[in-house]
Structures are given as C-alpha cells and as structure tokens.
Design a protein around this ligand. Structure first.
Ligand code: HEC
Ligand code: HEC
Length: 359
C-alpha cells in the first residue's frame, strides 16, 4: 500500500469512527426535529419514557425512524388537505331545510380528510388515524417491520400497542347497522373485525367506529371524548368545522386545566376510573358530545369519498357486466362461493347456495 492510499484509508476510518460517535446523539435530535409540526406552529408535550414490557424482537429496530417517516408523510397530506379546503368555493347555505348547496358534500369530506390526517387529536400530538391507515397501504398499517413483528401498531403513548392488525377501511361506510337477518340466520353489518361498532345510536357503524380510536388507550389515547372538541376548537380548520356543523358549535367553555388533562394519556393513574375528567357544565358536555358525533360523521364522509372507496376494481367492473374474469379468477371466485365456503363468513350477499356457483 503506498502512502497516499494509506492516508486515504486512515481518513475514511476517522470519518467512520466520528460518524459512529455522533450517530447516537444525532438520533434524539432528529426525533425532536420531526416532532415539530410544520405549518401548525404548535409545540408538543414531551412524551414519557417508552413503555416496553415486550420480549426482545417484538419492537422492530427501526420503529422510531419509521414512526418519524410516517409522521412526515401524514403531515404532508394534512397540508395538502388544508390547500384543498382553501380551494373550495364559498359555502352557500340556502333552502328549507337550509342545505350547503353546491359544495356541501366536498366540504364535509374535506373536513373528514383533515381530521383523518390530524396528529393533534392525541395527547402527545403525534398520532392521527392515518398513522395506522395510510393510502399507499390500502389504508392499513404503513410500517413493514411492524407488520412483520408486532402486527398491531403503537399508539400515541410509545410503545403501547393494541392487539390486532389495522383493518383496511376502504368501503367500511357501506356496512349496515349490525342486524340479525332472521331469514338467513346470520348477522350482517357493524364495523371492526368483531362488529362492535354497531351503529346503534348514530345508525351509522362507520361513524361510531371513528369514535373509538381517539379514546382508545392503546391508540390515539385521549382521556375524555371532550378532548376531541377541545383540540378541534384549536384546529387550523376550525372555520370549516363551523361552516359544516354550525356557527358556534365549538364555543364550549373549557376549564383552564383542559390542556393538561388532554395532554395526559387515558389510563393514567390520576384519572382513576373517571372517563370524563374534563369538568364541563351539563350544557357544554352535551355540546361536546355533539361535536364527538360530528367528528365520526365527518370521518365517515371522508371514507365514503371516491378518494378512499372508488369502486374501480376489476371485480366491480365484472359485477357491473363490464369486464370478464380470466379462467383462474373465475375459478377463485367459484371456490370462494363454493367448495372453499369462504363466504359462509365473508358474506357477500351472493349465497354459496346458488346452484350456478357450485363447482
Ligand atoms: C393505533 C393504530 C390505529 C389508529 C390510530 C386508528 N386505527 Fe382504525 N383500526 C385499527 C385497528 C387495529 C382496527 C381493527 C380493530 C378491531 O377490530 O378491534 C381498526 C379498524 C378500523 C376501521 C374498521 C373497518 C371495518 O371494515 O370495520 C375503521 C373504519 C377505522 N379503523 C378507521 C379509523 C379512523 C377513522 C381512525 C381515527 C379516528 C382510526 N381508525 C385510528 C388501528 C388504528
Ligand atoms: C370461519 C370463518 C371464516 C372463513 C370460513 C374464512 N374466513 Fe377469512 N377471515 C375471517 C376472520 C374472522 C378474519 C379476520 C381475522 C383477523 O382478526 O385478522 C378473516 C380475514 C380474512 C382476510 C384478511 C382481510 C383483510 O382485510 O385483512 C382475507 C383476505 C380472508 N379472510 C380471506 C378468506 C378466504 C379466501 C377464505 C376461504 C378460503 C376465508 N377467508 C374463509 C373468517 C373467516
């Protein structure tokens, strides 16, 4: 080895050693950097130490950097949704009953989209619905290493995690209210893997589904449903919420300790068994409950939009008589409804008893 090559080698080694020394310090700094919201100008609460009771190998090594990546993506789409909102025509509330003519549907869907990508609806302002449901993953979990290890995605409180894989939610708004069809002796409808969002109250299981994650201690983790109204009252898109759901709908007198309460994850010892730690007057509680319903309904509208549920698959075209399945596809479809009996559970309303479908 000549002298020049030796110097070059030494220089490279020094750079590598320096990089290794700097790297561990660079990580937390990077975390803090991405924790800062672009455009929303809000500081986050500093999160508590990680919760990690798991056996080794459960939390993937790239978990934090992947969460940071998804957070950047979520915030980018949030910014795009803000631009979409600003590009909407002015609201035109006319008629009896008064209806948002012309752009009402776009307004409520855009509102739902903003909510879906809003990380502020969590105690540490670090988790949105989309954190577990990203468009490029069919609205399911966007972190490959999590899908291969934990399966369930970590919530706002790192790294508390649920027990199930994030469901794809395309077409979820079309599930009916949970009901027993007595003729067929089968249950139909509801949302979630186990249909526990039944739709009993709003008569819309998908809207009621959207009310669970914000107060699920293993997901977005707010300690009180009123925290949703509180965070919406501070949202940049508050004017859109008020245009859609009524002027003054977010005028709620929140007690001075609301930020502290909503910045503390549900399940914390201070709350004991209290599920309504934000102490509101009965009138304000009723109003916050209404906001909570409107939250679910707006998210349902977004999921119903062409952006999420486009009905453009080959199978849709086939059902409409505009496409032919290949022999393999047809064999799979027949198996699904026939011998494999998949549709005894994945009921598609096209009975496996239909003689034409039997293999
Ligand atoms: C921490 C990850 C996580 C977050 C955050 C999250 N979800 Fe989910 N989502 C899941 C999991 C897991 C399931 C299935 C849970 C079950 O069945 O118990 C699910 C199920 C659903 C379903 C049911 C789909 C169906 O076909 O029944 C919808 C709709 C949905 N989520 C929408 C949302 C919305 C809207 C938000 C925000 C308000 C949200 N999710 C926040 C993980 C998450
Ligand atoms: C006994 C009832 C039952 C039968 C029969 C059944 N499934 Fe399932 N399937 C389920 C349940 C329950 C789930 C949700 C599992 C979970 O919690 O992750 C599921 C999930 C799935 C999923 C994942 C869906 C998603 O969005 O992640 C696919 C795909 C699937 N089943 C296909 C099939 C096929 C194909 C057949 C026939 C060969 C079949 N299933 C038969 C009950 C059934």
């Amino acid at each position: 080895m000549n002298r020049r090559a030796l110097i070059a080698l030494l220089r490279t080694s020094v750079i590598v050693v320096l990089a290794l020394m700097v790297a561990p310090q660079a990580l937390p700094a990077q975390k803090g950097g991405s924790a800062q919201k672009e455009g929303q100008g809000k500081k986050k609460e500093s999160p508590p130490p990680d919760y990690n009771p798991y056996p080794p190998g459960i939390l993937p090594a790239d978990l934090q950097s992947e969460l940071d990546r998804v957070s950047r993506e979520v915030n980018l789409i949030f910014q795009q949704a803000l631009a979409q909102w600003r590009a909407l025509p002015p609201p035109n509330l006319t008629g009896q009953p008064p209806t948002l003519q012309g752009s009402g549907y776009d307004m409520v869907q855009t509102l739902g989209k903003l909510m879906n990508f809003d990380e502020n609806i969590s105690p540490f302002k670090n988790q949105a619905c989309a954190s577990c449901h990203m468009p490029y993953a069919g609205y399911s979990g966007p972190i490959p290493s999590v899908n291969l290890t934990m399966v369930a995605f970590p919530g706002s409180f790192h790294f508390r995690a649920g027990k199930r894989t994030a469901q794809r939610y395309t077409y979820a708004p079309w599930f009916p209210v949970l009901q027993l069809n007595e003729t067929q002796g089968l249950f139909f409808g509801g949302n979630f893997w186990d249909s526990r969002a039944t739709g009993y109250l709003l008569q819309n299981p998908d809207a009621e589904q959207a009310q669970h994650p914000p107060v699920d201690t293993q997901e977005m983790g707010l300690p009180d449903t009123a925290c949703i109204a509180f965070r919406l009252s501070q949202a940049e898109y508050r004017p859109l919420f008020e245009q859609v759901w009524g002027r003054g709908s977010l005028d709620i007198k929140f007690p001075h300790d609301t930020e502290k309460i909503c910045g503390t994850p549900g399940g914390a010892k201070v709350f004991g068994t209290d599920t309504t730690p934000v102490k509101l007057s009965p009138e304000d509680r009723t109003q916050a409950n209404r906001v909570f319903d409107n939250w679910g309904q707006s998210l349902d509208a977004f999921e119903k939009s062409k952006e999420v549920s486009p009905f453009t698959s080959k199978f849709d075209a086939f059902l409409a008589g505009n496409a032919t399945l290949t022999p393999d596809e047809m064999a799979g479809y027949s198996l699904f409804r026939g011998q494999a009996a998949c549709n005894t559970c994945h009921v598609d309303g096209r009975g496996s008893t239909d003689a034409r479908d039997r293999l």
